[in-house]
Write a protein that binds this ligand. Structure first.
Ligand code: APR
Length: 185
């Protein structure tokens, strides 16, 4: 990766890039409840990852979530043709549509995805900036919520050795670094 900043004894890597190109054990998808694809990160993951990812998403919908994956939840599938072993699909909150539970739901996306990776004995994971695109979550607020959730998880976990936070632009990454709370006690 070109320019990157590390936190928490180098376990967290903040960088600019394409989530779909990250060579990690699990790439996290900013999905919607249908799990049937969309634009943004979701579009890139399905486009590059190929049809097998969608097939497994359809099975998950049929067998476990007939009404759709609720915001804050996460599920794991194959990564298809992506340079990863798994995709962890999580549904972020649409900003302002959860009667004040936005921050709690966004934190849950990170926590549940990290927990899923750890239970599958995965050691590296790459997140996009969940909810900060189509779901309109303000980037500064999202940075505070995401960094707190990741920090809290890593303080109690030894499985994950690399958590990448991937931003689509340098300005997005700088905004995150300005508002992250990794360094706070
Ligand atoms: N790699 C990394 N980051 C990306 C990429 C990519 N290929 N594409 C977009 N982004 C960034 C966006 O700039 C934004 O900052 O990821 C962040 C999340 O944006 P979205 O992908 O729009 O995700 P989200 O805001 O969670 O909205 C989810 O959008 O794509 C649809 O199907 C998806 O309905 C769901 C909704």
């Amino acid at each position: 990766m070109a320019f990157e900043t590390r936190f928490l004894n180098d376990r967290v890597v903040v960088a600019v890039g394409d989530s779909a190109r990250q060579e990690v054990d699990a790439i996290v998808n900013a999905a919607n409840s249908s799990l049937l694809g969309g634009g943004g990160v979701d579009g890139a993951i399905h486009r590059v990852g190929g049809p097998r990812i969608l097939e497994e998403c359809r099975e998950i919908r049929r067998d476990r979530y007939p009404k759709g994956l609720p915001p804050g939840e996460a599920v794991i599938t194959t990564a298809g043709n992506l340079p990863a072993r798994h995709v962890i699909h999580t549904v972020g909150p649409v900003y302002g549509e959860h009667r004040g539970a936005d921050a709690e739901l966004l934190a849950a996306c990170y926590e549940k995805s990290l927990k899923l990776a750890a239970t599958h004995s995965l050691t590296s994971i790459a997140f996009p900036a969940i909810s900060t695109g189509a779901y309109r979550y303000p980037r500064a607020e999202a940075a505070t919520v995401a960094s707190r959730a990741v920090k809290q998880f890593l303080e109690n976990d030894a499985t994950l050795t690399e958590v990448r936070l991937i931003f689509f632009s340098e300005s997005d990454m700088k905004m995150f670094i300005k508002h992250q709370e990794f360094l706070n006690r």
